[in-house]
Design a protein around this ligand. Structure first.
Ligand SMILES: [Zn+2]
Length: 122
């Protein structure tokens, strides 16, 4: 069953009375009423009509997904691990063996040269 997105939406415009500060919620249709609206305090308010509004609907699930991608941690040293592994594979080691050796080497040494020497020496 597919989830439904809203078919339509309604925007409420909020006007504040300049006499008493009271807030008035109007629909877009009400904002174009030429006589304006009358506040509870008796103040007649002429409203600046709003011709159009735009609401961007962002479904929650999609937003969460995007956020997760943004927060994906950048694994430090993954480039070096890749380099080490491919170097070892080129030297005839199996992929799984190369990964294991590369990771072990990287726990002891920090440069590619040292790691390669360590991996080849064990
Ligand atoms: Zn008022």
């Amino acid at each position: 069953m597919t989830k439904l997105l809203p078919k339509r939406y309604e925007v409420q415009l909020i006007y504040e009375c300049d006499n008493c500060g009271c807030e008035h919620w109007c629909s877009i249709e009400e904002s174009v009423f030429p006589a304006g609206i009358k506040c509870y305090c008796g103040n007649n308010m002429r409203l600046e009509p709003i011709d159009n509004t735009r609401l961007i609907l962002s479904p929650k699930n999609k937003r969460v997904k995007k956020k997760k991608q943004e927060q994906k941690p950048i694994h430090d040293g993954s480039k070096m691990l890749d380099d080490l592994v491919s170097a070892l594979v080129n030297l005839g080691y199996k992929k799984t063996e190369s990964v294991k050796k590369a990771k072990e080497a990287m726990s002891h040494y920090s440069t590619l040269d040292e790691c390669l020497k360590f991996a080849l020496g064990t």
